[in-house]
Design a protein around this ligand. Structure first.
Ligand SMILES: Cc1cc2nc3c(=O)[nH]c(=O)nc-3n(C[C@H](O)[C@H](O)[C@H](O)COP(=O)(O)O)c2cc1C
Length: 176
């Protein structure tokens, strides 16, 4: 089958789950949107998160060695767009989005409205161009009751998580 070459090849595998990443260091707290996230190990459970060094969150994660991947569903698209376009240097995004916060098992920040979370402790950093890939162990997790069973999401309207295609376009997960 004939194929065409595209200018941004990473976009061909770009539809990763969108997360709202919370982090804190000393008294400073922040939240930003990230979709360059992937699982990297089952035992122990580990993820990789790619963060541009220009992000305010970068310094917080680097210093604290911890972050939480809060997973929104499609009802939180407005919050996802806002947290992915405004920096914590300029605004208190928790206040602007009226996020209700909870404390995670290891004293990090959870967003109550999200349907799941993975609390992560950084174990390794890999420098790639203008970014750092934080490799992290999942030290605690939680998912809203009724949305996950037998190690899998139960696909329903509530569990429709967001995937990012790039250039402001999103889609969601549906059963096939
Ligand atoms: C859907 C979406 C996904 C994004 N994914 C990432 C990502 O994986 N890594 C990253 O560094 N920035 C990502 N961004 C950009 C940051 O969210 C954005 O620059 C944000 O304003 C940074 O906030 P901060 O300066 O408060 O940390 C994404 C933005 C959007 C809208």
């Amino acid at each position: 089958m004939p194929k065409i070459s595209v200018q941004k090849p990473t976009r061909l595998i770009h539809h990763n789950p969108v997360c709202l990443v919370t982090s804190k260091s000393d008294t400073v707290e922040n939240v930003f949107t990230a979709s360059w996230v992937m699982p990297v190990s089952n035992n122990p459970p580990m993820v990789a998160l790619s963060v541009a060094k220009s992000r305010f969150s970068y310094g917080l994660i680097k210093k604290s060695g911890a972050f939480v991947l809060n997973i929104p569903n499609k009802s939180m698209l407005k919050e996802v767009i806002y947290c992915g376009s405004v920096s914590g240097r300029d605004k208190n995004k928790f206040a602007e989005m009226k996020f209700q916060k909870e404390m995670s098992p290891h004293a990090n920040i959870l967003l109550s409205k999200c349907i799941a979370y993975l609390e992560c402790k950084v174990t390794k950093e890999i420098e790639v161009s203008d970014r750092t890939i934080f490799i992290a162990e999942i030290i605690a997790n939680g998912v809203q009751k009724g949305l996950f069973e037998n190690d899998k999401w139960i696909l329903s309207e509530k569990s429709e998580i967001l995937l990012y295609l790039g250039d402001g376009k999103y889609c969601t997960v549906r059963p096939v």
